[in-house]
Design a protein. Structure first.
Length: 197
């Protein structure tokens, strides 16, 4: 089930749900997977509660014996999409794939690059831009070093836009990758609150 707690302009729930099913199959995650798309504030609350890190993050994964829950910050997804020159829907897909791999039991912080290799292969298969792990371990790309396909379509001309880009980069540095934790109840409460009884 896909739950949007915050609106994401230009993102079709049906398109994202189809991607979720495909990513779940490719990551070999069995069972039900619920995905919450929310705000930085909500992700910060979850991150503080389950990881003891009082800052927003881009994606959190909460595995269950089968399936699990994924929480994604729409705010960070929008900022990352703008920073890396692709659409918000592509960024959400990158985060979904990353979260699915955590549900499948992978942990990029302790597996000597195994998750990164799998994520890279699946990203290419799904025709997605650079993976979350690749971006977090590589220095920020300079505009001149980017391939043409990833260059921003609109040049940042005003000082306001430049400050926004710097803020997005700072937020991305702070918002590291997700870690596996058990928090099924928290997302279930959100789902129950939205479902008619």
């Amino acid at each position: 089930m896909l739950i949007f707690e915050t609106a994401v302009k230009g993102v079709s729930a049906a398109v994202l749900q189809r991607f979720v099913r495909r990513a779940q199959k490719l990551a070999k995650v069995t069972g039900e997977v619920d995905i919450l798309i929310s705000t930085n504030q909500r992700l910060q609350t979850l991150n503080r509660r389950f990881r003891r890190k009082n800052k927003p993050t881009d994606v959190l994964s909460f595995p269950r014996p089968t399936g699990g829950d994924i929480a994604i910050s729409a705010d960070i997804a929008r900022q990352s999409a703008a920073l890396y020159g692709h659409g918000t829907v592509e960024e959400l897909k990158i985060l979904v794939l990353h979260g699915m791999l955590h549900l499948a039991g992978y942990d990029h912080e302790s597996d000597n690059g195994h998750m990164a290799r799998i994520e890279s292969r699946l990203r290419a298969q799904l025709k997605l831009p650079a993976s979350l792990i690749d971006r977090s371990h590589a220095p920020a790309l300079r505009k001149s070093a980017r391939p043409k396909s990833t260059q921003p379509k609109i040049r940042l001309a005003t000082a306001t836009k430049k400050r926004t880009q710097k803020s997005a980069k700072a937020t991305l540095r702070k918002a590291n990758s997700a870690h596996n934790m058990s928090a099924h109840k928290t997302l279930r409460k959100t789902k129950s609150a939205r479902s008619p009884q």
